[in-house]
Design a protein around this ligand. Structure first.
Ligand SMILES: NC(=O)c1ccc[n+]([C@@H]2O[C@H](COP(=O)([O-])OP(=O)(O)OC[C@H]3O[C@@H](n4cnc5c(N)ncnc54)[C@H](O)[C@@H]3O)[C@@H](O)[C@H]2O)c1
Length: 333
């Protein structure tokens, strides 16, 4: 089978992880890179021997030798390059949140349909073994249909200084929204949310969202940016799913490896994306492998769902409205 030819737009901290992971995949050739920061994109092109580097996405999209475009630009700048890529005949992976506006998310889905191309959302937790196994335990009946779910995502105060550029619901909660929608197998009917802005004037760094699904499942999502940097914990996440027949749960504060040095203690994450001997492995690579397999075989993705991602944005908007109104809100269809 010939290689999947990839272009990447947006090579900041996460886009460069895409590059590392694609670079490690023998079935992929990274053909072109684009970032507004010319120095950065040139440096990465040299490091990974990618010959074509651009500062304007239009130039990358003019190329006819790209099968898949990965978009890891700022959260509010996904739609323009995604729709243009689909119109130029390429499949698209768009990072989470697929957009910060429901109408843009719907526009991307429509553009994929119109142009006969696949669009994938960067919801990589569906490829994280523990989240994936909970889904298996739901489907097999081992724990059975979820009745109540609790999904938590905690990050550091330091990261909030960068990511408060976007509402917490789009940066953190959107991961758990996708998981909750996937597990429930249903659409969210009502939302009641509570936000507390502790370290910012506007954006809540503590956000609780209570969801009720059409099939009666309840979900409680807790996102926060309150882990002190000094704790050395990159990720403070948890899941508990109570089904008709049983319960699945885990709590995940990093990898369990602890490194103590003069600067304190760190517990790095090894699961999502890591490099060893110059080669990347982890959940991101698993996700990109699935996507590239779909592209290479022309098989419509069934395991991931862009429709679920669009619904997630509708729910995210309802969460923001509920924080402001103090009332129950309803996701737009
Ligand atoms: N799936 C995950 O687990 C995960 C993890 C981290 C970040 N993300 C998502 O990835 C996206 C990028 O986040 P990040 O942390 O890498 O941000 P970042 O600020 O580090 O990088 C963004 C990069 O995109 C470039 N850029 C922005 N708009 C552009 C445009 N229109 N054309 C070309 N270049 C453009 C910027 O110059 C910058 O280098 C966000 O949507 C974020 O939510 C996902």
């Amino acid at each position: 089978m010939s290689k999947v030819r990839v272009g990447i737009i947006g090579l900041g901290s996460w886009g460069s992880c895409h590059l590392e992971a694609f670079h490690a995949m023998p079935q992929v050739e990274v053909v072109a890179l684009c970032d507004r920061n010319g120095e950065r994109v040139k440096e990465l092109g040299d490091k990974y021997s990618v010959p074509n580097v651009y500062t304007k996405s239009e130039e990358l999209l003019e190329r006819t030798d790209i099968d898949l475009v990965s978009i890891a630009t700022f959260e509010h700048e996904h739609c323009g390059p995604a729709v243009a890529a689909l119109q130029s005949g390429k499949h698209v992976l768009v990072e989470k949140p697929v957009s910060t506006k429901l109408e843009e998310a719907a526009e991307m889905a429509a553009a994929a349909e119109r142009n006969g191309k696949f669009i994938f959302a960067g919801h990589l937790l569906r490829f994280e073994p523990r989240y994936a196994d909970i889904k298996n335990a739901i489907v097999s009946g081992r724990i059975g249909e979820p009745q109540s779910m609790y999904l938590k995502r905690g990050r550091t105060k330091g990261m909030f200084r960068t990511y408060k550029r976007t509402h917490t619901v789009f940066e953190l909660t959107v991961h758990d929204l996708d998981i909750a929608i996937w597990y429930a197998g249903s659409r969210v009917k009502t939302v009641k949310a509570y936000g507390k802005a502790v370290n910012d004037e506007v954006v809540p760094d503590i956000l609780w969202s209570c969801l009720e699904f059409e099939n009666g499942t309840m979900a409680f999502l807790h996102s926060n940016w309150m882990t002190p940097d000094e704790a050395g914990i990159v990720m403070n996440d948890a899941a508990e799913v109570i089904g008709l027949n049983g319960t699945a749960q885990f709590a995940n504060s990093g990898s369990n490896l602890q490194l103590w040095d003069g600067a304190g203690r760190t517990s790095p994450d090894y699961f999502i994306h890591h490099t060893l001997n110059g080669s990347a492995f982890g959940v991101l690579r698993e996700q990109l492998t699935y996507i590239c397999n779909c592209v290479a075989a022309g098989t419509k993705p069934e395991y991931t769902s862009f429709d679920d991602a669009v619904h997630g944005i509708a729910v995210a908007e309802a969460i923001i409205r509920s924080c402001a109104s103090g009332q129950e809100e309803y996701p737009q269809a």
